[in-house]
Design a protein around this ligand. Structure first.
Ligand code: ADP
Ligand code: ASP
Ligand code: MG
Length: 449
């Protein structure tokens, strides 16, 4: 059972988690928890301040965040029994002082410090939840996720070393579960082979939960969040969004990758590999069914199941006359992205040019410099990817025409269709996102009269 940040935001949220966990004790759950909502951003903010020499501000800004944990502890844990959590909090305070000072003085690599600092969100929320569960008579045991999930050294977006992780997870968790206890651990955080703290990338708690589920061969992975499952589009964009009862792994993976924040892009993989059913449920409305992600889902009545979007996209167009009838051009282009470890999202080619999109423009300058040796490069920013997903979409005659005629007044900068049988992806200007999604939603998911 994975609980996201909003599911552990305050006293009322912890109350709900308590209720949900205690109602499923028979299933012998493992609990994975995110940082309390807003805490990860706050820790990252403090790290940035410390880096800019504003050490004391960085430190002061952490106090309200500690206070939120204290409020929850006070509410659930009887006076006098909070020693264990108080000690933990004091330890976190001292260690964060030291880490932020190091960031100011740059006495360790910044990427390493950043992960160590940001990990306190999950370290504290998981310790707190353990104590809260215990105070309510549930036999919970805290497990440090940094020891369980072993990754490479890519701080900020580390890759798990699955075999090693599986072995440790099985060894540790099976003993705890066997003893009738409920393991509770932080998501998102992990450790490399040297024992240094790493993180799995923003939104990575879903991924942690999927890794654990696959290591122990769980019957089901439950992702508890603040909406009822995966919906027909982001409910923040269109209030008419509704829950999709069943999704296939492939559909869910496309949606997650192209911006449906409700699932972390990589969540799905360990579950797919081990045929574990994934269920996305609402902590605020636990009785609603939510979404089941299964290996197969079947077609929706109008084929389209959901519309995802991702903003802040950059388009690169590379044109080279040398490409006419030549081979090796694409390979040269891809090598540039390989060198700069940058993922390409959408790609479209013509005889002499290739257009592609990136959502990570950290290395943009260097990429453009390298690509300029191959051809002429144009860079356009401020775009968004829209991804329409549905099983059987590629084989549905007339669907693309229906999609584009619905938004005929919008300029489409790039289209990709046919690579996957379940999606049609296109790129538009960022400021048109809301309008486009609402129009498509009204067309494909009309409200029943
Ligand atoms: P958590 O903290 O539980 O991990 P997230 O904020 O990461 O939660 O993800 C939940 C949010 O994802 C929702 O509040 C919603 O705004 C957003 N979201 C985007 N696309 C979708 C979608 N297709 N279905 C449901 N939620 C979506
Ligand atoms: N707390 C981390 C984040 O905000 C991980 C997660 O919530 O999944 O990105
Ligand atoms: Mg999330």
């Amino acid at each position: 059972m994975k609980f996201g940040g909003t599911s552990v935001g305050d006293v009322a949220a912890f109350e709900r988690v308590l209720h949900i966990v205690s109602s499923q004790m028979k299933k012998k759950p493992v609990v994975v928890v995110s940082a309390m909502t807003g805490v990860t951003d706050a820790l990252l903010g403090s790290f940035d301040k410390a880096k800019k020499d504003e050490y004391y501000t960085a430190l002061a800004e952490l106090e309200p965040l500690f206070e939120r944990h204290v409020q929850v502890a006070k509410h659930f844990i009887p006076a006098g029994a909070t020693i264990s959590f108080d000690t933990e909090l004091q330890f976190a305070r001292e260690e964060l002082c030291d880490l932020l000072m190091r960031a100011t003085r740059r006495s360790l690599p910044l990427a390493m410090l950043k992960d160590a600092i940001v990990s306190y969100g999950e370290q504290l929320s998981s310790r707190l939840l353990t104590e809260v569960l215990k105070a309510k008579g549930i036999k919970a045991r805290h497990v440090d996720a940094r020891r369980l999930i072993v990754t490479d050294d890519e701080f900020g977006a580390a890759h798990p070393i699955v075999d090693e992780t599986n072995e440790i997870v099985r060894l540790e968790l099976e003993a705890i579960i066997g003893a009738g206890e409920i393991p509770v651990m932080g998501g998102f955080i992990a450790g490399n082979r040297a024992g240094e703290t790493t993180t799995l990338g923003r939104g990575g708690s879903d991924y942690s939960a999927a890794l654990i589920a696959s290591a122990i061969d769980a019957d089901e992975l439950q992702i508890w969040t603040d909406v009822t499952g995966v919906m027909t589009c982001d409910p923040r964009i269109c209030s008419e969004a509704r829950t999709i009862p069943v999704l296939s792994y492939e559909e869910a993976a496309e949606l997650a990758y192209f911006g449906a924040k409700v699932l972390h892009p990589k969540t799905i993989m360990p579950a797919v590999d081990n045929a574990i059913a994934v269920r996305v449920c609402n902590t605020f409305k636990p009785d609603e069914t939510g979404t089941m992600v299964l290996s197969r889902s079947g077609k929706a009545p109008n084929t389209i199941k959901s519309i995802a979007h991702k903003k802040n996209i950059t388009i690169l167009r590379i044109t080279s006359a040398r490409m006419l009838g030549a081979y090796g051009f694409m390979s040269a282009v891809f090598q540039v992205f390989d060198r700069h470890r940058t993922v390409i999202d959408v790609i479209s080619t013509s005889e002499v040019s290739v257009a592609l999109t990136l959502d990570n423009s950290d290395s943009l300058e260097k990429i453009v410099e390298d690509l300029s040796r191959i051809g002429e490069v144009e860079v356009e920013t401020g775009y968004a990817v829209i991804c329409v997903v549905g099983e059987g979409l590629r084989a549905s005659t007339g669907l693309a025409a229906k999609i584009f005629s619905t938004i005929s007044d919008v300029n489409v900068a790039l289209v990709s269709h046919g690579a996957s049988s379940v999606n049609l992806t296109f790129v538009i200007k960022e400021d048109a996102v809301q309008d486009v999604i609402r129009k498509l939603h009204t067309e494909f998911f009309p409200i029943a009269k």
